[in-house]
Design a protein around this ligand. Structure first.
Ligand code: HEC
Length: 141
């Protein structure tokens, strides 16, 4: 963990201890640190063969049919312990942060109601859905 990450985590923990009235929503970056980076890593590089890299890749799904839905319905997203609004914010942060920039900028941001609808439709075969999309975007698994 870098010093910057450690500082942000300390801030996140401090805000958990803040009195209820003063509490405010966590930033998408902190939500990513708390709920996603354990597998996807801080730089989005994942682990080859186990967790796909998000960096330089994730926004490419938004350029093919079904990819937009997939990013919400994949288990790591859909079952994340956070509100629909927070999940939309984290996904928008991931797309902007990890790019590629061209696809990220061309994409419409996720909205809370869209995420609410999509995350409630279970993805029955994650591996096959992902395989077809990876083929469509022409990337290496
Ligand atoms: C326990 C490990 C783990 C955690 C925690 C996790 N993910 Fe994932 N994520 C994966 C794996 C593995 C995949 C590949 C698809 C699959 O097998 O589920 C994936 C795929 C994805 C994808 C699609 C990218 C692709 O190339 O398939 C997105 C988007 C994503 N995760 C978002 C998130 C978000 C947002 C969080 C946090 C709220 C999160 N993940 C937490 C393991 C994880």
């Amino acid at each position: 963990m870098s010093l910057g990450d450690a500082a942000a985590l300390a801030l996140a923990l401090a805000s958990l201890a803040a009195p209820a009235g003063a509490a405010h929503a966590e930033s998408p970056r902190v939500l990513y640190m708390l709920h996603c980076q354990g597998c996807h890593l801080a730089d989005g590089s994942g682990s080859p063969g186990a967790v796909p890299a998000l960096n330089g890749q994730v926004a490419r799904f938004l350029a093919v049919p079904g990819g937009r839905e997939f990013l919400v319905r994949v288990p790591g997203s859909a079952s994340a312990p956070m509100s629909d609004a927070d999940l939309a914010a984290v996904l928008n942060w991931i797309v902007a942060r990890f790019g590629p920039a061209a696809e990220a900028e061309a994409a419409r941001p996720y909205a809370e109601d869209e995420v609410a609808r999509l995350r409630r439709e279970p993805l029955l075969d994650v591996a096959a859905t992902r395989r077809a999309l990876v083929e469509a975007i022409g990337r290496n698994p």
